[in-house]
Ligand binder design. Structure first.
Ligand SMILES: NC(=O)c1ccc[n+]([C@@H]2O[C@H](COP(=O)([O-])OP(=O)(O)OC[C@H]3O[C@@H](n4cnc5c(N)ncnc54)[C@H](OP(=O)(O)O)[C@@H]3O)[C@@H](O)[C@H]2O)c1
Length: 271
């Protein structure tokens, strides 16, 4: 039997998740959304999804409850859900920086299974990666049901504990922006070297996809792949020497530590 999936908040991430679910063959009748925003509900109706301004119908029917509202309003949203929460409902939060402890506390110390998820923006095109964590041991049924939701908009994996979520945020949550930065600079410099913007863009995008695909397909790590394309005295070596002179590895290290630490601070600041 398919679980009923209820989403509280039907914005960008919710719509990405729903698009993935529908594409993976899930029936629209398995999905319910509550969102007070009329434009959002119109967009959901166009996807064939039933939505409500109020959370009551979703709370009454959902087995798996996905909290997809902005972190700033999570506190007030949880307060409105507490009275209608059923003990068997699985709570899944995608809100950045909101801990499972905070969710339980706002729900009057609810003992429901709670899963915290850190998705990333490529979910919008079905290429996201989501890390899933819980504070309790979950049944295989629940783990599979939750994982299926996030596999539908890319890939999903479980991390051993919620403690890993700040590092996940630093690597894959913020990660798309690092690659955007690299892609942006490669295109700009390609143009400075005389290529047209269209050609530079096409070359960089396919190179990024191809490199990621090679890492994924290969049984050796990225450093071996890098060495294999770096002939002594060649062009790649000339470029890599410049990256190394700027201590690229240390720069990446410091950038991710800054992101990880900021994620921790934001979780502490959350209501
Ligand atoms: N976007 C990302 O890449 C990304 C990545 C990782 C995690 N996340 C997390 O995903 C969550 C959603 O982000 P998003 O980008 O999808 O935000 P969003 O597009 O603003 O969607 C949130 C929706 O919730 C609605 N809403 C407001 N109050 C509500 C209530 N009481 N009940 C139900 N819905 C309500 C909002 O309506 P109004 O617009 O009228 O307020 C809006 O339509 C956030 O917590 C964020 O941290 C997002």
């Amino acid at each position: 039997m398919n679980h009923q999936i209820g989403l509280i908040g039907g914005g960008n991430m919710a719509q990405a998740i729903i698009a993935g679910l529908l594409k993976s063959g899930r029936s629209s009748s398995d999905i319910l959304v509550s969102d007070p925003n009329q434009d959002c509900r119109k967009a959901l109706a166009e996807m064939g999804i039933t939505s409500f301004a109020d959370s009551a119908p979703v709370m009454a029917q959902a087995d798996l409850l996905v909290l997809a509202v902005k972190p700033q309003i999570m506190d007030s949203v949880l307060t409105t859900l507490v009275d209608s929460l059923r003990a068997t409902q699985v709570i899944i939060s995608i809100a950045a920086g909101i801990t499972i402890h905070t969710i339980r506390r706002q729900l009057n110390d609810a003992q429901n299974p709670v899963v915290r998820v850190m998705p990333n923006t490529p979910a919008l095109i079905g290429e996201g990666i989501s890390a899933l964590a819980s504070d309790r041991t979950l049944s295989d049924d629940i783990k599979i049901a939750v994982q299926e939701i996030f596999d539908a908009c890319g890939k999903a994996l479980w991390v051993p504990s919620e403690d890993a979520i700040d590092a996940v945020t630093a690597v894959s949550g913020s990660g798309p922006a690092y690659f955007f930065l690299m892609i942006e600079n490669l295109i700009n410099t390609g143009v400075r070297l005389g290529l047209s913007p269209e050609i530079a863009r096409a070359l960089v995008i396919q190179t990024a996809k191809g490199a990621a695909g090679m890492v994924e397909a290969s049984d050796v790590g990225p450093s071996v792949l890098r060495e294999r394309v770096t002939s002594p005295g060649g062009t790649t070596e000339a470029a890599l020497n410049v990256f190394n002179e700027g201590d690229f590895a240390d720069l990446v290290d410091r950038a991710l530590i800054a992101a990880r630490d900021r994620a921790g601070e934001l979780s502490k600041d959350a209501p």
